[in-house]
Design a protein around this ligand. Structure first.
Ligand SMILES: [Zn+2]
Length: 216
């Protein structure tokens, strides 16, 4: 997979950091634009991907993002651009932990949807991945349209696609249809999406400004 590298460094200060707090360092690693293009490209998606921990393998993530893009392509969604960022944050913000993750998301203020690859989760129960749509982020608006993935999540491409569907659909719903992407437990081969699911994904995703209509 070809990467167009944009070697831009920027420092973002969180709002009113406590004395002695470590600032966030944001490094743009790559802009990925050669993602799989669906046969019919009717909805355009752009993503931000933030690496919060050095244990993540960049090649593995890039491959998984390609797989997720291919899965969403079944709904005519073309993922046209991914901005891959490395963020060096204070230790407390490297794990998924809602109060700290809210601070981080507020300080970064990135366009949505954004995926965060964390150092782990401090949430109980500890899920491998968590997604916030609009309806489950009313009390924590900084987390709207974000996904938080912990190391060890299996079938990473499927996990990414599954969590993005929760965000785009603004729904935590799971289905029991065999082979469907939205089964509660992600599994290899579970990549199917029905026409009805695609309709909800693209209608809600467009209404929430996460998808743009049109052929690129
Ligand atoms: Zn789910």
């Amino acid at each position: 997979m070809r990467l167009l590298c944009a070697l831009i460094f920027a420092l973002i200060m969180p709002p009113a950091p406590p004395a002695g707090a470590q600032a966030l360092a944001v490094e743009a690693l790559a802009v990925i634009t050669d993602l799989p293009r669906p046969a019919e490209s009717r909805h355009l998606l752009e993503l931000r991907v933030v690496l919060l921990d050095g244990s993540w393998n960049r090649g593995e993530i890039t491959n998984a993002l390609g797989e997720a893009s291919r899965i969403l392509g079944h709904c005519g969604i073309h993922n046209t651009r991914i901005d891959l960022l490395r963020v060096t944050a204070p230790q407390a913000q490297r794990h998924f932990d809602p109060p700290h993750s809210r601070q981080l998301a507020r300080a970064l203020d990135l366009p949505r949807p954004t995926l965060f690859f964390t150092a782990g989760t401090r949430q109980i129960p500890a899920y491998d991945a968590v997604a916030y749509g609009r309806s489950n982020s009313r009390r924590s608006p900084e987390l709207e349209s974000t996904v938080w993935i912990a190391p060890g999540a299996r079938d990473l491409g499927i996990v990414i696609a599954h969590e993005l569907v929760h965000v785009l659909m603004d729904s935590g719903e799971h289905v029991t249809t065999p082979g469907n992407l939205m089964a509660e437990e992600t599994a290899p081969g579970n990549t199917g999406l029905t026409a009805a699911q695609c309709g909800r994904i693209t209608t809600t995703g467009t209404r929430h400004g996460l998808l743009r209509p049109g052929v690129d």
